[in-house]
Structures are given as structure tokens and as C-alpha cells.
Design a protein around this ligand. Structure first.
Ligand SMILES: [Zn+2]
Ligand SMILES: [Zn+2]
Length: 500
């Protein structure tokens, strides 16, 4: 769900100590009309536990669309700037730096303004302290500055902000590229398009209305497919494409297990490809107006900013997806238009969870759910050979040296002669678990990170009977973040200025 005016009004009111829920579109405490529609029961329903009420009818026909007003506003602005005159149908037949740069610059400007604004409002401004104090921030730890609690706009001590800005920027760039590709294909006549929206008024308005439903159903499918189909311990050889995609693609998004506004599009580019197929697939099969494509695209670009803010009402209602980030194997979709998680038994009701700590999901979901910390073990273990301590002990001969650290079996046969601390100590510990000795020597000089640094790709198995701790989290990898975003903005601004 995108953030909107009522969330800004709600946040500002909170600073004054007013905690009231904001139900009206413009941040009024009550909607202008229909406040009691929740009580108007119309009929019973399988999907809505208390049956359909007048309020549900309102949500499905209007409310769900109104909550994406920002996405629609950006869509209309983009259309007005680039498409409304109709000259694009001639100009964009050929790839030229000028129009391509304009589209990229518009997209990056949206990213810079919207992501930064919502990050600033929630995490950098003095509202942040109130949000934590009142329990509105779902995870009270500051994901960017856990020590000082004072998050910045560009960098973070945890590296999370830089990672998120980097991959969110790659997302907006890919999305802008799709826009250019389709604009060019339509201008060339390679794909069907119609330029007058009201040439087919019923069809045009129906498709615009349908975007809100299509986006959520598409998101559930694309997202659910990248989580384990059967078991998170599975590998590709077990036919579990979901577990494979999770490990190599989607786990990057889940690094933000304590999400913020920048986490929304922080995904692997392969995931961006699947994610944006909500906008790129339909025009391949049906004739659309540019507004249909643009609305689906900007909905996908902007909606996750609010949905990942990590805050509760009245600043944002991001609880549903927050639980997905915190627990991994539940709440894959959104409750609208159909709560598919409820149908498949993977829905954790935030209200019940908040009050009782109970997660009312099916046995599979309960067994697959995990806390962020054991993600590291399961990811490393997944699809990997398991060996026992006895088998490990047999790998202690020249040319065949294994050693175990934190339950991970490492083949050190080639590394042994290059060990800065000498061969002797490794030979003496070969075939054994050396976690304690390793920690006493290397804890302060790099720890488990040294393994990937000195012997990359050397973990060959995990110990089946290991009961000790999981490997410590790998050191923060540095991503360019804003150092990549701002040069990209400058590059496309230069492209526009060149007039080519
Ligand atoms: Zn996920
Ligand atoms: Zn997410």
C-alpha cells in the first residue's frame, strides 16, 4: 500500500501527542461518510470471516484504488509530460539519447523524491523517536544505526541503507528501461496500442480499474514462486525451484528483515524482472493505452515504499508484509482482493499476533518459519551434503584435509600450504571441529569472514551432528548506494541537455 496524505497527517498529529487512527482520505479521524458501514452486513462469505459488509463493497470498488492515489498521480504526470501531445509516436520510433534520458531522468527523480521523503519522514526527522516510543515501529531496533538511533539520509553503520539504495536504484533503472522498450515498440507499430483513451471508454476505464486487482494477484504468484515450494532445506536437485530461487535471488530482498521505505524495491535484478512482469506481460497480449502500462509500472515502483516502511497505523499500515520480512514463510501476498495466504493457511493475523504472540498458521508454515538469525545456517546448509564427525575424521591425510568451523566443513587441502599461520596447526586440527581454536586466534582479525576471503568456495558440506552456534553473520558488504544514484541522475540529466 502506498503511503498517502492521511499517513502524513497522522504522523504530524502523533508528534503533538494525538494517537487517533486516521480513517478519512485526507487524514480526518472519521471518513466523511460511511463510518458505520462496517456494521452493515450484506451477506455471509467464505473469504470475509464476518461476511460482506457495506465497508467491504466500498473498499473493493473505491477504497483500494484511492489508497494508490500517489501512484496514479505520478502516472498522470508522466503521461502528460511525455505522451499527451502524441509526438512520441514519431519521435520514439528510433532510439535517441534525448528521449531515453528524459524517461530515465523522470523515473530517477521519482525515486529520489518519494523514497527520500518517506525515509526522512519516518526515520530521520524527529518523528522517529515518537514512533519507537509509542510502539508504532514494528521492530524497535534501528536497522540503520542500532547504537545511536540516528539514521542518516545517505549512509548507515550497518550498510543496510547503502545496499537498499543500490538495489532500489537498479529497480527503477530496470523499470525505466521497460518503459523505453515498450514506448519504442509501440511507436514502431510492433505492438498494438491506441492513443486516444476515450476511443474505447468502457474498456479503457475497466483496465485502469483492474490494475489494482491484477497487481496484487500477480505479486502473490511472482513472490510465492520464489519461496520454498516444499522445504527451505531443499536444493534444485530436489526439484524445488522456489527454494533455489529463494537462495540465489529473493534472499537479497530478505536481508532487510527489519525493513524501511528503501527496502521495497531492494531486490536482485532477476527478481525485478519477475516483479515488473506485471507491467510487461499484458501489453504483449492485449492492446492497451500507455496509461494502463504506466499505472501498472508506477504502482509497482511506488506501492512497496509504504508497504515496507516498518511502521504501523497511523503512519502506515505495513504490518502484513512486515511479518513476512520478520518470519519469512508467512504472509506472502496482501489481503486484497483475495487473501490467498488465508486460503493456503499461511496468513498470520497481525492483530492476534500483536495481542497474544500466536501465529495462527498451518503446520507447514509454522515449521518453515524462522527467525532472521538461523537464516544463515539454513541458507548455507540448504542443498548441501551432510557428513558426520566420523566421516570428517577420515579427511586428515595429505591431499585430503577437511576442517570444521561452526558446523561448516571446509576443504583446506589446497589452502594448507598458504596458511599465514603455518601448515602445522592446520594439519594438527584436520579432520576435527576447530571452532574454539579458530575463535581464540582469529576472532579479532576477521573471524569466519576469513574463510570466504582466503578459501572461497571451499565449504563442501555441513556437520550432521553439529549442535554449536551457526557461523557469525558475514561482514557488511559495502554497496555504493547514493554514490551510484546521484551520478546516474547526473548522467541522464546530461543526456537530456545534449538534445540528441
Ligand atoms: Zn519474500
Ligand atoms: Zn518485501
Amino acid at each position: 500500500m502506498t503511503f498517502g496524505i492521511r499517513h502524513v497527517v497522522g504522523g504530524l498529529a502523533l508528534r503533538r501527542g494525538d494517537t487517533a487512527q486516521r480513517q478519512g482520505f485526507f487524514g480526518t479521524k472519521q471518513p466523511l461518510f460511511g463510518a458505520d458501514w462496517q456494521q452493515w452486513k450484506l451477506c455471509s462469505s467464505l473469504l470475509e470471516p464476518d461476511g460482506w459488509t457495506m465497508n467491504d463493497v466500498w473498499t473493493y470498488t473505491w477504497g483500494a484504488h484511492a489508497s494508490h492515489a500517489l501512484d496514479l498521480g505520478v502516472t498522470l504526470l508522466c503521461y502528460w509530460l511525455f505522451y499527451s501531445s502524441g509526438s512520441w509516436l514519431v519521435e520514439c520510433r528510433e532510439w535517441r539519447i534525448g528521449w531515453v534520458s528524459s524517461i530515465f531522468l523522470f523515473n530517477l527523480a521519482c525515486e529520489v523524491i518519494i523514497c527520500n521523503f518517506w525515509h526522512y519522514f519516518n526515520y530521520v526527522s524527529d518523528l522517529y523517536g515518537t514512533l519507537v516510543k509509542r510502539g508504532i515501529k514494528h521492530n524497535p531496533t534501528n536497522q540503520y544505526e542500532p547504537q545511536s538511533d540516528e539514521a542518516g539520509m545517505l549512509t548507515s553503520s550497518t550498510g543496510q541503507l547503502e545496499r537498499e539504495i543500490t538495489f532500489t536504484t537498479l529497480g527503477w533503472l530496470q523499470s525505466a528501461l521497460w518503459q523505453c522498450i515498450f514506448t519504442n515498440l509501440w511507436a514502431k507499430g510492433a505492438l498494438p496500442i491506441y492513443a486516444n483513451f476515450f476511443e474505447y471508454p468502457v474498456y479503457s476505464l475497466f483496465l485502469m480499474w483492474f490494475v489494482a486487482y491484477w497487481r496484487e494477484i500477480h505479486f502473490y504468484c511472482a513472490h510465492r514462486g520464489m519461496h520454498p515450494w516444499w522445504d527451505r532445506e531443499n536444493g534444485l536437485l530436489s526439484g524445488d525451484i522456489g527454494a533455489f530461487l529463494y537462495r540465489h535471488v529473493h534472499s537479497l530482498h530478505h536481508k532487510s528483515y527489519n525493513p524501511g521505505p528503501w527496502s521495497g524495491l531492494s531486490m536482485h535484478p532477476v527478481e525485478h524482472f519477475f516483479y515488473y512482469s506485471c507491467a510487461t506481460l499484458p501489453p504483449l497480449f492485449i492492446s492497451v493505452h500507455p496509461l494502463h502500462f504506466l499505472y501498472t509500472k508506477f504502482h509497482a515502483d511506488i506501492a512497496p515504499i509504504g508497504g515496507h516502511s516498518g511502521m504501523d497505523e497511523p503512519v502506515a499500515g505495513s504490518d502484513y508484509h512486515y511479518l513476512h520480512h520478520a518470519k519469512f514463510e508467512c504472509n506472502y501476498g496482501v489481503p486484497f482482493p483475495v487473501n490467498l495466504d488465508k486460503i493456503f493457511g499461511t496468513w498470520v493475523d497481525w492483530e492476534i499476533y500483536k495481542k497474544t504472540g500466536e501465529m495462527n498458521v498451518n503446520a507447514w508454515s509454522k515449521q518453515q518459519m524462522h527467525d532472521p538469525d538461523d537464516k544463515v545456517t539454513s541458507l548455507l546448509k540448504a542443498g548441501q551434503r551432510q557428513i558426520s564427525m566420523e566421516e570428517l575424521a577420515t579427511h586428515s591425510k595429505p591431499g585430503d584435509y577437511f576442517i570444521a568451523l561452526y558446523g561448516q566443513v571446509i576443504d583446506i587441502s589446497n589452502f594448507i600450504s598458504k596458511h599465514p599461520g603455518g601448515e602445522k596447526i592446520l594439519v594438527a586440527n584436520a579432520g576435527k571441529d576447530a571452532t574454539q581454536k579458530f575463535e581464540s586466534i582469529h576472532a579479532g582479525s576477521g573471524g569466519f569472514d576469513l574463510v570466504s576471503k582466503w578459501c572461497p568456495e571451499s565449504i563442501v558440506a555441513s556437520l550432521s551432528d553439529w549442535k554449536g552456534p551457526a557461523p557469525p553473520l558475514l561482514a557488511v558488504r559495502k554497496y555504493p548506494g547514493s554514490l551510484m544514484l546521484w551520478p546516474a541522475v547526473a548522467l541522464f540529466a546530461a543526456g537530456v541537455a545534449s538534445g540528441l
